[in-house]
Design a protein around this ligand. Structure first.
Ligand SMILES: C[S@@+](CC[C@H](N)C(=O)[O-])C[C@H]1O[C@@H](n2cnc3c(N)ncnc32)[C@H](O)[C@@H]1O
Length: 382
């Protein structure tokens, strides 16, 4: 391992540091989440993915047919599709779908034993269905989080053979003061839904009325779970069509065939955007133990990737990293990172409740507090 977690007593808290030279392009770490779940609307809109790891459950052809609204479309190079439906399986009782027997067993052993609906029939008065409905009504797309990450996290504790150890694992994520958490919970649900937090708390308690998790179901405990999700959850996405496209790019094709396939791909994207809009991936959120120790920089030296088209996370060096140098990723998206200092800090404060102290923000400290043009147009749209 070329890194270690260092803990600072100040606001910097846990941080990841290189322990030896890490050349650009090196895979620094890979890890599976301790908990993952798909967004509710995303699942409802038939983005079929493994309930445990987000691996696509539909073929690339089925995927583009659905997203293009064209059930007869034939996708060339079918061998480039990675989806292996032969391995797919489902829970015998509730029908939840998994990419493999391993994922089904892993889900059952970690959280599904206590969360299984026990029936394939929809029961609108089941506490899980009630929470699903309430959450969907509070949190419309574009989705940024899921209450079910909290539910699965708590179910993990309930099912754990060592409850104290499982609780300590969850507590290792929390680093916020009560005041900061209140602000974060506020942002997490949107201004007009702040009063709904106690309703969500009651609904979660109805699903898991277990004494082992009572400390997380008090108003303060629940608030800190919301803060935990808000500050540490990592968005994940998968797409059978993207995986197919990457495999097609690796094919050794004549320039004529390459041009032909490039044109087909362009047309597919145009049709998908026209029929479905911007959201083409299966999407969800996950919590990672090591990744959650990585601080943000507006000039990062590493990036997060999902190379297996599921929730397994890879940290890759964007630059040469020297021993004792901090490993930093960007919490902002590709477009956001290029905005002005003022805009970047505004986004980080709104979404993660921290005033960025990265080297780039410190270097640009004399910049006027100007808002990027993109932000101004978004504000106008809002
Ligand atoms: C995912 S955690 C990263 C690990 C964190 N240092 C810890 O102790 O758990 C995200 C939190 O780290 C802190 N943080 C990360 N990057 C920062 C930065 N550039 N400036 C100030 N605080 C930062 C913020 O408190 C943020 O909410």
């Amino acid at each position: 391992m070329a890194f270690e977690v260092r803990i600072f007593p100040n606001s910097k808290g846990k941080s990841l540091y290189a322990t030896s030279h890490i050349p650009m392009g090196t895979l620094i770490l890979e890890e599976d989440p301790i908990v993952y779940c798909q967004f509710s609307w995303n699942a409802l809109c038939k983005y079929k993915a493994c309930d445990n790891c987000l691996r696509p459950l539909e073929t690339a052809e089925e995927n583009v047919r659905r997203l293009m609204g064209n059930p007869l479309f034939e996708l060339p190079y079918p061998d480039c599709c990675q989806t292996d439906k032969n391995n797919s399986t489902s829970c015998d009782l509730c029908g939840n779908e998994y990419c493999s027997e391993n994922c089904k067993i892993s889900a059952f052993n970690q959280y599904h034993k206590v969360l299984c609906l026990q029936s394939r029939e929809r029961n609108n008065s089941h506490p899980i269905e009630l929470l699903e409905e309430a959450w969907k009504n509070m949190h419309y797309p574009p989705e940024t989080s899921s209450i079910f990450l909290i539910v699965r996290l708590l179910a993990n504790i309930v099912q754990a053979s060592n409850t104290d150890e499982a609780i300590q694992k969850v507590l290792s994520f929390c680093h916020k003061s009560v005041n900061e958490e209140a602000q974060l919970a506020h942002k997490f649900l949107g201004d007009k839904f702040i009063h709904q937090i106690s309703l969500l708390r009651e609904m979660v308690a109805n699903i898991l009325p277990n004494p082992q998790i009572s400390q997380f179901l008090t108003p303060e405990g629940f608030q800190s779970l919301l803060a935990l999700i808000g500050t540490n959850a990592q968005g994940v996405g998968s797409s059978p069509f993207s995986a197919w496209r990457q495999n097609v790019e690796k094919l050794n094709l004549s320039s004529k065939d390459r041009e032909k396939i490039n044109n087909i791909v362009d047309t597919i994207y145009d049709d998908m955007y026209a029929h479905t809009g911007d959201f083409l991936n299966s999407e969800g959120v996950a919590l990672y133990l090591k990744q959650s120790c990585i601080n943000h920089s507006c000039d990062p030296n590493a990036e997060i990737k999902f190379l297996h088209n599921n929730s397994r996370l890879f940290l890759v060096a964007l630059k040469d990293i020297q021993p004792d140098e901090e490993i930093l990723i960007s919490y902002l998206g590709e477009c956001e990172i290029n905005r002005s200092r003022h805009s970047r800090r505004k986004l980080l404060m709104e979404n993660y409740i921290f005033a960025c102290e990265c080297s780039k923000c410190l270097e640009e400290i004399d910049q006027l507090d100007v808002t990027s043009e993109e932000d101004m147009s978004t504000e106008e749209d809002n």
